[in-house]
Design a binder for this molecule. Structure first.
Ligand code: PRX
Length: 640
């Protein structure tokens, strides 16, 4: 990154290191010598109905972890915690959109809610193996529904509450869910998202859905279809209190989560039971250093993988208190996060670079109003953090006392892969540092040869890991092609990375056609197909332009039909079209009308040129391979 020249390093503070969950660096070597043994030791810290016969069967690209083992994720997160004396301990500390609006659930209370809702699902005909679609705001009913699915062995498919009706419809149809769990509306930042109305639109074209459960959160009137839609509370009142946990095979599906890739169709990433829980439990304990007295706040939405792994399954399987926050960082004021931390005594705060950069812009006044002395560890995830934001976070939020863990991972990896261990690792701002023990990564050059020592290239994961995705739902061929075709038995990450002389990794960003906007993964093709579905558009090319705050901003180049002229109204229409097709987070920042696109002679769009134009660069590099180099001038003119 151009902004810093000298790299400052940060040792773990002595006091922190003394009490950290891991304080012995020899675990790296131990795990390297016998990684199966290392992961088996982590798995033994969980509850199994039956121990596994073999730790790993690896027939690339198919991995099976803890083969023959039987366990239940909800049992691990609830019953096992109660058995260990945490029945009266707070499991979920929920804070609503309005300050002071809160609900708490002890482990015993959460267990009863989950058992009851598991019976509700059974009563609606959900059986082991049947996917359940969940489209809820950030309310406790969301983790309750997920854990209820896990309890009866029904894979859940959580759809982020800001996704549009069209996105919800496609996700329901892809996994052929019989039941949808939703809510009337979701308050966020003082506004309400009409979830049930969106769901009703999606449900016009989802033939598999037989029942809809509607949680009441915003209290507004909603249409209830006779015979199909029932209120959460009515169903809970009628349900039996006890529901034993199913003994699941280690390789049974725990969940499906859709994520963007290089085509217009999102991928249904499949995670299974034993390996996934092993990795999220171990990384929550070792990287996020969660202990008995911690109040742990992962501020991601549960609709994304970070919320699945580090708001729900990681903390609960460790018996921790996890904070679930419904609101936004800026409502009702710019100090809302600091207010949540102070009032709830948050000790560990796991956030995202885009949020940190937004705070930076506001200056330190909102922070100074609050006592943040409860904090002891900070984390970041989702996109590269620039060193200046890292330093700001360290100084202003951590007050120089709290280590920062910059954690690199993906929906596909299930859990954290590259990260400092806060009691052991000397950190360098901007670097995710070293792979977690038992995880093996490397960087390869363009010809797919490993790079020795320091260098820059494509990130590769060289050995299987327990939390890895097992397939793309109903599309094993896409799974093989996307991640394994290139290197055979090694996972091709689709991120660029740099390794320094200390073996530290800095992730430089995606190398495929996926954008990262405020930590949200959005495929360029998804946005392009939304745009070309407008009758005025004949072709479109979308790129992510560098953006100080959001990491990337979406810029769409659009060719209009015939002699149609671009206008402000059309720009708005097109932006709305994308919002409707995907969701508000995918709305383009800029629409540029152009007569042509920069294509090679073989018809491939040169996105590098489009990015250069959008970023206002004068020198666009070598454009001699373009079929028609004069397009470049047209593009520059279109943008000015
Ligand atoms: O490009 C990397 C970036 O986010 C991508 C994964 O996005 P998603 O599957 O939505 O999961 C996000 C939460 C785990 C990666 O391919 N990314 C994630 N964490 C980091 C990161 N880039 C740099 N540094 C990170 N710490």
């Amino acid at each position: 990154m151009a902004e810093e020249t000298k790299v400052r390093t940060y040792e773990p503070p002595e006091e922190f290191a003394r009490d950290a969950n891991v304080d012995d660096a020899s675990i790296y070597e131990e795990a390297e010598q016998d990684y199966e043994g290392f992961w088996a030791e982590r798995a033994r810290e969980m509850h199994w109905f039956r121990e596994w016969d073999r730790v790993l069967d690896w027939d690339p690209p198919e991995a099976q972890w803890f083969v023959g083992g039987k366990l239940n994720v909800a049992y691990n997160c609830l019953d096992y915690q109660v058995e260990q004396g945490r029945g009266d301990k707070t499991a979920i500390l929920w804070e609503g959109d309005e300050p002071g609006d809160s609900r708490t659930f002890t482990y015993s209370e959460l267990k009863s809610e989950v058992e009851r809702f598991a019976n509700v699902l059974k009563g609606l005909g959900v059986e082991k193996g049947d996917p359940v679609a969940i489209y809820l705001p950030m309310i406790p009913e969301l983790p309750i529904a997920m854990l209820a699915c896990a309890r009866i062995g029904a894979p859940h498919s959580v759809v982020f509450g800001a996704f549009s009706a069209d996105s919800l419809r496609d996700r329901i149809n892809d996994c052929v869910a019989k039941v949808l769990v939703t809510a009337d509306g979701g308050p966020r930042g003082g506004k309400v998202t009409p979830l049930k109305a969106n769901a009703d639109e999606a449900l016009e074209d989802t033939p598999s859905i037989e029942s809809v459960v509607v949680a009441q959160r915003s209290g507004e009137d909603v249409d209830m279809a006779e015979g199909r839609d029932r209120y959460w509370n009515d169903l809970m009142d009628e349900a039996d209190a006890e529901c034993p946990a199913e003994e699941m095979d280690s390789e049974d599906i725990l969940y499906i989560l859709y994520s963007s890739g290089s085509t217009g169709k999102p991928k249904g990433i499949v995670h299974t039971t034993g390996g996934y829980l092993t990795q999220v439990k171990a990384t929550t304990k070792w990287v996020l250093d969660v202990k008995e007295d911690d109040v742990f706040w992962c501020q991601a939405d549960i609709g994304w993988v970070t919320g699945h792994s580090y708001l729900v399954y990681g903390p609960l399987s460790n018996g921790a208190t996890t904070v679930q926050f419904e609101g936004t960082p800026s409502y009702p004021g710019p100090d809302r996060h600091w207010d949540v931390i102070e009032r709830n005594g948050v000790t560990i705060y796991y956030s995202a670079p885009t949020v940190i950069r937004a705070f930076m812009k506001q200056g330190t006044e909102p922070i100074e109003k609050h006592d943040l002395s409860s904090l002891r560890l900070l984390g970041t995830v989702g996109e590269p953090i620039n060193p200046r934001a890292w330093e700001w976070y360290h100084e202003n939020i951590g007050k120089g006392r709290c280590p920062i863990v910059d954690t690199w991972w993906q929906t596909e990896t299930g859990g954290i892969m590259i990260s400092p261990l806060p009691g052991l690792t000397t950190t360098k701002p901007g670097s995710a540092t070293r792979p977690f023990p038992g995880i093996f990564v490397d960087i390869y050059d363009e010809d797919d040869n490993p790079i020795e020592g320091a260098g820059k290239g494509n990130l590769v994961i060289t050995k299987p890991w327990p939390g890895m995705l097992r397939t793309i739902y109903k599309d094993p061929e896409r799974f093989r092609k996307t991640y394994w075709e290139r290197l055979g038995d090694k996972y091709f990450v689709e991120d660029g990375a740099e390794r320094d002389e200390d073996g530290y990794y800095t992730i430089t960003g995606r190398i495929d056609d996926v954008m990262n906007v405020s930590g949200h993964r959005i495929g360029t093709m998804e946005v392009e197909s939304a745009l070309v579905s407008h009758k005025a558009v004949v072709e479109s090319a979308v790129i992510g332009r560098h953006d100080e705050d959001k990491g990337q901003a979406i810029v769409a180049y659009v060719i209009l039909e015939g002699d149609r002229e671009g206008s402000e109204d059309l720009i708005k229409e097109l932006k709305d079209q994308v919002r409707k097709a995907i969701g508000p987070h995918a709305r383009p920042e800029e629409i540029i009308f152009t007569p042509d696109l920069p294509k090679t002679r073989s018809g491939k769009i040169m996105r590098r040129v489009l990015r250069g134009v959008a970023e206002g660069e004068d020198d666009l590099g070598d454009v001699s391979t373009l079929a028609d180099p004069s397009v470049v001038d047209d593009l520059k003119e279109a943008r000015s």
